[in-house]
Write a protein of this length. Structure first.
Length: 110
C-alpha cells in the first residue's frame, strides 16, 4: 500500500485522516497542498478516480470564482493554480483516491 495524503495543515479532516493511518501503523506520505500544490498528473489521476466536482472546496470563500468557469479543463487549471480551492484531504492509494474523511473506503484498502 502506497498512501499519499494531500491536505492543508489547518484542515480538521486532514488531521483525522493522518490519525487514522497512524493508529493502524500504515505508512503514508503527507503533502501540504498549500505549500507544494499538486502536479497536473496528480490532479488528473484524482479527477479520474472521484470526479472534478468532488475535488472543489465548496466551503471556501472563493468558491464562486470557480463556478463561472465553463469547461472542466478551465476548472482543473484553476485548481492547479490556486491549491486552496482543493477540498482536503485527498487520499491516494495508487489509482484509487478519496476526497474528505472516508475511513470506510480506506478500510477496504488495508
Amino acid at each position: 500500500m502506497n498512501i499519499q495524503i494531500f491536505g492543508k495543515s489547518k484542515c480538521f479532516d486532514t488531521r483525522k485522516a493522518e490519525r487514522y493511518f497512524k493508529e493502524r501503523r500504515i505508512k503514508y506520505q503527507y503533502i501540504d497542498v498549500l505549500k507544494y500544490g499538486m502536479s497536473r498528473g496528480e490532479l488528473n489521476a484524482v479527477k479520474s478516480a472521484v470526479g472534478l466536482d468532488a475535488m472543489i472546496d465548496t466551503q471556501d470563500e472563493d468558491y464562486p470564482m470557480i463556478t463561472y468557469l465553463a469547461s472542466s479543463e478551465a476548472k482543473l487549471d484553476k485548481l492547479y493554480e490556486d491549491a486552496y480551492l482543493i477540498k482536503t484531504p485527498i487520499v491516494r492509494n495508487g489509482k484509487q483516491a478519496t476526497v474528505g474523511y472516508c475511513p470506510e473506503v480506506w478500510k477496504k484498502w488495508e
